[in-house]
Write a protein that binds this ligand. Structure first.
Ligand code: UD1
Length: 426
């Protein structure tokens, strides 16, 4: 298995291009199942998760063509055409690799009247059930059955619009229901939905495909089902999690970097917190500029929340940054249980962190020390990279396939701004 080696202590200078958002590209790709016409997506990041989803879509009958886009952002143009759905079954072997693949169930049952989809796998961050997805589909008239690790959804006469109130905010359930309701008969009102920018990006693309959706960016979506959707062209929005991750990398290592294409309004909670910690963040013409001088950053408390709050997908990275803060920082994880698996790995580098239920208290130390560490999930793995960039000596991060699921050309982007980082191929 590959590992990544980082020699810490080098400040970062220059520009880091921000790729298209993985968490937007995935639901957008799933939307291709809703139409027999071609869906063109550009600025799609080149990542293992995208390939996993493409494999699932291909076995449902979607023809997929991928071409590299020019320029320094380096995304892909992905053209998908589901002229005919050849299979409505998503097998365990493919779905277990990534939780987002469960999203095929909504569009398949909406278009074909039935779907059999394996219960998902994905990052090991808590139990992550799909009960809200299934409750929503049932409200639209689908009959749901669970057996032997598979969900069967049937709606032979098509889905019918209805009111769906989510008991708490779920990105995935919002995506699934939005996809399904677009082709249901009549009106669906979804309440207490996620308003993450990636959800809004999907809604924008669905509208370009002919869907009738109101309430974008709010907690209530009103969807008038249409009989058919057409193809469309859509550019994936920049990745706010990648933006926040590199912002924290600069904060940990020091230096001056422009995150090219980074968008301030997608990252306002993170920018606020970084400023409180003593990092200079400025919106510039081509992105976001980060400046961090040699002084230690201050401890800041955070709590993860649904958008527009501080994202859970940046919690681990922020903890790595706080490991060397002045004072203490309390970090509360409210979205996922069991999302502190990076704590023992950061402790191997000298971090002083105690965990009590959903709250971690970080007592900052002057400097972390390099060590061999292990990636446990996608965002946890990149938190170790951030810790290593600011640490003294050599860190080797093992199990980097987690990183490859979600960060495009990480070593290339970081070494271009002066980090000493390399991949050691097994
Ligand atoms: C998406 C993101 C992930 C991010 C998360 C929260 C993608 C591909 N993934 O994941 O990176 O960390 O949003 O911003 O976009 N839940 C239930 N029942 C359900 C659905 C969810 O109990 O049916 C729970 C989950 O276990 C979790 C919480 O709700 O505790 C939020 O999950 P959700 O927003 O659905 O996350 P994902 O869509 O899986």
């Amino acid at each position: 298995m590959d590992c990544i080696e980082i020699e810490g202590g080098m400040p970062l200078h220059g520009e880091i291009p921000i790729s298209g958002a993985k968490n937007a590209a995935l639901p957008l790709m799933v939307a291709s199942l809703l139409t027999d016409e071609a869906l063109h997506l550009s600025n799609v990041p080149h990542l293992a998760d995208i390939t996993s989803l493409a494999n699932i879509l291909a076995q449902h009958g979607v023809e997929i063509d991928v071409q590299r886009e020019g320029g320094d952002i380096g995304g892909d143009v992905v053209v998908m055409r589901a002229a005919e759905i050849t299979s409505t079954t998503a097998p365990y072997d493919l779905v277990r690799k990534m939780r987002a693949s469960f999203w095929v169930i909504g569009p398949l049952v909406a278009r074909c009247g039935h779907a059999i989809v394996s219960l998902p796998g994905g990052c090991a961050i808590g139990t992550r059930p799909v009960d809200l997805h299934l409750m929503g589909l049932e409200r639209l008239g689908a009959e749901i059955e669970l057996a032997e690790g598979y969900v069967t959804a049937r709606a032979p006469k098509g889905l019918v619009g209805n009111e769906v109130e989510f008991p708490f905010v779920s990105v995935g359930a919002t995506v699934n229901l939005m996809l399904a309701a677009s082709l249901a008969k009549g009106e669906t009102v979804l309440r207490n939905v996620a308003c993450e920018p990636e959800v809004t990006d999907l809604a924008t693309c669905l509208i370009a495909m002919g869907a009738k959706i109101e309430g974008l960016g709010t907690r209530k979506l009103r969807i008038q089902g249409v009989e058919r959707l057409s193809g469309a062209r859509h550019r994936v929005l920049p990745d706010r999690i990648e933006t926040g991750t590199y912002a924290m990398a600069v904060a940990a290592a020091g230096g001056e970097v422009v995150l090219k294409n980074g968008v301030g309004r997608l990252n306002s909670a993170v920018i606020r917190v970084l400023k409180q910690a003593g990092v200079e963040v400025t919106e510039v013409a081509n992105g976001l500029q980060l400046i961090k001088n040699g002084a230690r950053h201050k401890g800041v408390d955070i709590e993860t929340e649904a958008f527009p709050g501080f994202p859970t997908d940046l919690q681990a990275q922020f903890m790595a940054l706080m490991a060397t803060c002045e004072g203490t920082s309390k970090i509360r994880e409210t979205i996922f249980e069991n999302r502190f698996m990076h704590v023992p790995e950061l402790a191997r580098m000298g971090a002083q962190i105690s965990v009590d239920g959903d709250c971690a208290t970080v007592t900052g130390i002057e400097r972390l020390k390099g060590a061999p560490v292990m990636a446990t999930d996608l965002r946890a793995s990149v938190s170790l990279v951030i810790a290593a960039l600011g640490a003294e000596g050599l860190t080797s991060v093992n199990r980097v396939y987690h990183l490859d699921r979600g960060f495009e050309r990480l070593e290339e982007k970081l070494s271009a701004v002066g980090a000493t980082i390399r991949r050691v191929r097994a």
